[in-house]
Design a protein around this ligand. Sequence first.
Ligand code: NDP
Length: 309
Amino acid sequence: MEKVKCLIIGSGPAGYTAAIYAARAGLSPLMYTGPQPGGQLMITNDVENYPGYPDGRQGPEMMEDFKKQAERFDTVIRDEIIVKVDFTGPIHKAWSESGQEIHAHTVIIATGASAKWLGIPGEERLQNRGVSACAVCDGFFFRKQEVAIVGAGDTAAEESTYLAKICSKVHLLVRRDEMRASKIMQERVLNTPNLIVHWNTEAEEVLGDQGVDGIRIVNNKTGEKSTLAVTGFFVAIGHKPNTDIFADWLTLDNSGYIVVEPGRTFTGIEGVFACGDAQDKIYRQAVTAAGTGCMAALDAERYLVEKGV
Ligand code: NDP
């Protein structure tokens, strides 16, 4: 068993930023990176919207920078997964996959979310070469080009209208004859001239060798198949927050996101703070995740001062 002042679970921009702040405040944080050290940016190419990188940075390189900065201030980083927690008492308990038991005065949850994918041929092979799950991150690379996007919720509505401002034409593929998105978002979609909605339509295959050059689609009512000549393919069918192990302890919303006090990182359990995409289904940007990581570390530090730890 190991005792720490601050345990950080997860290692994307939120987790590393929390580590930098917690370490500099003398909390000697212990970080468990989770199954994908570095988080979603590890599967992203160029990041051009993170301030401070005027020439952009590759996602994995950026996460290496974050990691080095966290290590410079004495964060202990373990590439391992926390599989179980117990938030019953004032000292919070966690167990790693290898069986290590950790007792922590504060826990910062930064486990992020994972984009859902369709699982169709070509989708994984062409990820970062035309296939993306983030229009705000990657739309710019397809300016003045024709692209397709799958989904029918608020994310798909928002991202398709965002893409329509940058791209010459956007095809929105909706699998039913109606959208789930809020009415106002749907109206925006339907009133955007270069955004074409394909109802009852599913993507069957992403085509291309080195990059995307088309999508094979099928109308699930008529069975009619066709090909859209697009260079970008966006998937916006939702995210799954990585919060399963906290379900017995914390309040999650109906999509599984951790509910925090508005504007804060408090989870409702003293000493347990949540930041990044695990508690944010709206913004989901590296820079917003980093911002809430900072907030969680400051909240943890203040909590420890109050408790005299
Ligand atoms: P949602 O779960 O709301 O929607 C997912 C959409 O993807 C559904 O329309 C679903 O279709 C479709 N879908 C799922 N699987 C497939 C598939 N295999 N093939 C084709 N389509 C598929 O996710 P969102 O990310 O859109 O939103 C998540 C939450 O975040 C919501 O509560 C939303 O309101 C909120 N949000 C709010 C925003 C805002 O307020 N500005 C912005 C973005 C999100 P079907 O409808 O047929 O099931």
